[in-house]
Design a protein around this ligand. Structure first.
Ligand SMILES: Cc1cc2nc3c(=O)[nH]c(=O)nc-3n(C[C@H](O)[C@H](O)[C@H](O)COP(=O)(O)OP(=O)(O)OC[C@H]3O[C@@H](n4cnc5c(N)ncnc54)[C@H](O)[C@@H]3O)c2cc1C
Length: 461
């Protein structure tokens, strides 16, 4: 039997029984049939049932709830949207960008509110976020981001800190300043996702586990097809499988699985924490193109996450990619580079998982009333809070409710498909390598790679 607890520290410590729920064994009809028991699927189910408790909602999950990114992430429940505020403003204009970012702020509080209402102890902690400029080369980026927030009228929610002010919060090497976003929280992802399953079951939803959807069909009687039978839906079918949607032939090029990997230290002693500070448990990252994100867990460990495991030809998803040793080793070394006083610290866990990246890096929440197929996907690694907003948007779209959220730029949009192979593999591997070279050159004071402008241009297009 699969040991689901081994997939992440969060699943191991969520305190829930991970024994799979019964699979779907015969064809059944419901009102809404949802593929995927991650946050997207479960938040959608939750808001559907809140609005109409009489609905018959069923979720079909290939493994167990929380098996995907929702049970493995870095725990940032952040108001940051996957697309930068500057790009949002450029693509959708000031008002739409501002409305989306305000909705993200409200979303963090909404997650907290539902956790309280449903008695989900997800270790929700609103400690804020710090985007560090590690090295003077990272200062212009945080200053530029702050300038965009200012233009959008959100300057107060994103304040620049000097190097000294930053060090008063957390003692990290090479810090030249930071952007402080107080409206950010951290959660225990495992407790959140597993708590949501119980909240849903209390509201009458059915969750089938270890049931793979092998195909789906839209139309007047949309349905999910599984080996045990089909799940027909009267109102809608929802595809909420994020990176794994790429494994369905119909959606193979819609999202690309990109791996993010995490290492976790043993709990630090009080003496170690007193040298580091970080008393407010902010979510911390820097401005590396190859991404770094850190969390101080509720039980006093440091979680360090980063991208870097190479893209696999054909968008393959395998467990081996979760354990890419070169990436994990780099992350362990980085912990000591950031916090030299931790030289010799022990690491107890290492894991990872695929996140879903659409061609334009922008999440899409769509419901097509003709095919009766809905989807919420493409969070590009920032979905802990965003999925809650998606769930509300999708529930409204399915039920035909009107509110402000369905007019936000993530609703009713399409991203174009990824290029076919081998072009996709060549381009993505090139970008991964180029981003690593650009970061390394900046950090070691070497000349910027000659192809940096090309790589940065491709990263935006
Ligand atoms: C290592 C890592 C760290 C991250 N850190 C952060 C962070 O700190 N903050 C943040 O905001 N975001 C983070 N993210 C991203 C965030 O976790 C995701 O955006 C979010 O969890 C997506 O939720 P989801 O429900 O859409 O997808 P998932 O959680 O991936 O759920 C999809 C589910 O669908 C199931 N499924 C797929 N295909 C099928 C099928 N054919 N049949 C049946 N079931 C199927 C899968 O088994 C899975 O359980 C991180 C992601 C990773 C991988």
């Amino acid at each position: 039997m699969t040991e689901y607890a081994n997939y992440s520290f969060w699943l191991e410590t969520c305190g829930d029984d991970l024994t799979p729920r019964p699979a779907l064994e015969r064809s059944t009809e419901v009102d809404v049939a949802i593929l995927g028991a991650g946050y997207s699927g479960l938040w959608t189910a939750y808001y559907l049932l809140r609005q109409n408790p009489a609905l018959r909602v069923a979720v079909v999950e290939k493994e167990i709830a929380g098996f995907g990114a929702s049970g493995r992430n870095g725990g940032w429940c952040s108001p940051k949207f996957p697309v930068t505020p500057g790009t949002l403003e450029e693509r959708y204009g000031r008002d739409a960008a501002r409305a989306l970012l305000i909705a993200m702020h409200e979303t963090v509080d909404e997650v907290c509110r539902v956790c309280a209402e449903e008695s989900i102890d997800a270790h929700f902690h609103k400690g804020g976020a710090l985007t560090l400029a590690r090295g003077s080369h990272q200062l212009p980026a945080i200053q530029a981001t702050r300038a965009v927030y200012e233009r959008l009228g959100l300057g107060d929610c994103n304040r620049l800190l000097s190097a000294e002010e930053t060090r008063e919060r957390v003692n990290v090497t090479g810090v030249h300043g930071a952007l402080h976003t107080p409206q950010s929280a951290s959660v225990h992802p495992g407790c959140l996702i597993r708590g949501l399953t119980h909240a849903l079951e209390r509201r009458g939803a059915t969750i089938y586990e270890q049931t793979e959807v092998i195909s789906f069909e839209g139309g007047s009687r949309p349905r999910l097809l599984t080996p045990g039978g089909e799940l027909r839906a009267r109102l809608a079918v929802v595809l909420a499988g994020e990176a794994y949607l790429s494994q369905l032939p119909q959606l193979h090029r819609a999202v690309m699985p990109v791996y993010s990997l995490i290492v976790l230290t043993e709990p630090l002693t009080e003496a170690q924490w007193s040298r580091i500070g970080w008393q407010n448990r902010e979510s911390i990252g820097s401005n590396r193109l190859t991404v770094d994100y850190l969390t101080r867990t509720a039980d006093g460990r440091i979680l360090f996450g980063s991208r870097g495991a190479p893209y696999v030809f054909g968008s393959k998803i395998t467990d081996q990619q979760d354990r890419h040793e070169a990436t994990h080793s780099r992350a362990r070394r980085a912990v000591v580079e950031w916090f030299p006083s931790l030289e010799g610290i022990g690491f107890t866990h290492a894991w990872g998982g695929p996140l879903g990246m659409p061609r334009d890096w922008m999440p899409a929440v769509v419901f097509d009333p003709q095919s009766r197929i809905g989807t919420a996907r493409g969070y590009t690694g920032q979905g802990v809070a965003t999925t809650n907003l998606s769930g509300r948007v999708l529930a409204n779209l399915i039920l035909g409710k009107r509110s402000a959220v369905e007019t936000l730029p993530l609703a009713q949009r399409q991203s174009r498909n990824w290029e076919p192979e081998p072009l996709r593999w060549l381009a993505v591997r090139y970008m991964q390598g180029a981003f690593a070279r650009i970061d390394e050159a900046a950090e070691t004071g070497r000349t910027r790679p000659i192809d940096a402008p090309i790589a940065e241009f491709l990263g935006k297009h």
